[in-house]
Design a protein around this ligand. Structure first.
Ligand code: HEC
Ligand code: HEC
Length: 225
């Protein structure tokens, strides 16, 4: 290698290392799949610990669950163009938690990537270390913690921990929800409650009688874990 080339190489390599440090990525044996750096990381972060309010965290999410979800986004019909346009021109639509416009992004991406890319990204995120949760409103977190552990017997809401695990770490078909972004959780609870996620009848039952404030409380609690 000529001197100039090796200097250029060193500069590029250290720029890469600095970028990785800036993004909070730790050196790992596993190479980062290209689909993650080029695509998924823009919203979910390289290590899957995004703090963007709506975009879900993927760190530590089981590979099979992530793949199933991507498959379901792929199966979803794209929303009509005029509906998407209405979201852009009418910011009030952003306040409707059940149909967050960002969901359109994920549907488009699921259609655009190959099954191999989806598998590589799901495996990468499953191997990432979830970062600790974030603090929020203490009163809501306390209320949510009781709801998570005991459910709400008077409203036929079973304890979340019974399926998701005592640490909300995920057990069997019930995914990890610890540390998940509260806005994302609330939107999913609203979708389950409306019967939009038909592949999850147990969650439709769980959320049937859950009220807005209660959903917010359990979401704040989970985000703090
Ligand atoms: C433009 C932003 C954006 C990009 C880029 C993106 N996603 Fe997403 N992703 C989202 C949003 C928004 C959701 C939540 C959608 C919803 O409402 O259900 C999501 C949800 C998911 C979920 C479901 C998570 C859960 O907890 O249920 C998985 C898995 C996922 N994305 C994987 C990927 C992968 C793999 C890539 C890269 C190939 C990717 N995403 C790229 C925005 C994005
Ligand atoms: C009877 C078992 C059961 C109980 C009780 C339960 N869940 Fe779930 N939950 C599941 C299963 C199974 C899924 C996965 C659904 C799917 O495959 O789409 C799920 C999915 C979810 C998701 C979506 C995660 C994602 O990334 O897409 C959230 C959020 C959630 N549950 C929150 C809760 C909360 C909050 C409670 C308590 C109020 C609760 N769950 C109680 C079984 C349960």
């Amino acid at each position: 290698m000529k001197f100039r080339e090796s200097v250029a190489h060193a500069v590029i390599t250290s720029a890469g290392a600095l970028l990785m440090m800036a993004l909070g990525v730790q050196a790992q044996d596993r190479p980062i799949p290209r689909i993650v750096t080029w695509n998924c990381s823009g919203c979910h972060g390289i290590d899957g610990n995004t703090k963007l309010p709506y975009f879900p965290r993927l760190a530590g999410l089981k590979e099979a669950f992530a793949e199933k979800k991507i498959e379901m986004f792929r199966a979803a019909a794209s929303p009509p163009v005029d509906e998407v346009f209405a979201w852009i021109v009418d910011p009030d639509k952003l306040k409707e938690p059940r149909n967050h416009p960002a969901r359109v992004n994920m549907i488009g991406i699921a259609h655009a990537i190959t099954p191999e890319e989806s598998k590589a990204a799901a495996a990468w995120y499953a191997a990432q270390q979830p970062k600790p949760g974030r603090h929020g409103n203490p009163a809501l977190i306390e209320m949510g913690s009781v709801l998570f552990a005991n459910g709400l017997p008077s409203q036929h809401v079973p304890a979340c921990k019974g399926c998701h695990g005592a640490q909300a770490q995920g057990v069997g078909a019930a995914p990890r929800i610890a540390g998940q972004n509260a806005e994302y959780i609330m939107s999913q609870l609203a979708k389950f409650s409306a019967g939009d996620r038909q592949h999850a009848p147990e969650m439709t039952l769980v959320t049937r009688e859950l009220e807005g404030e209660q959903a917010r409380a359990v979401a704040e609690y989970l985000q703090s874990r």
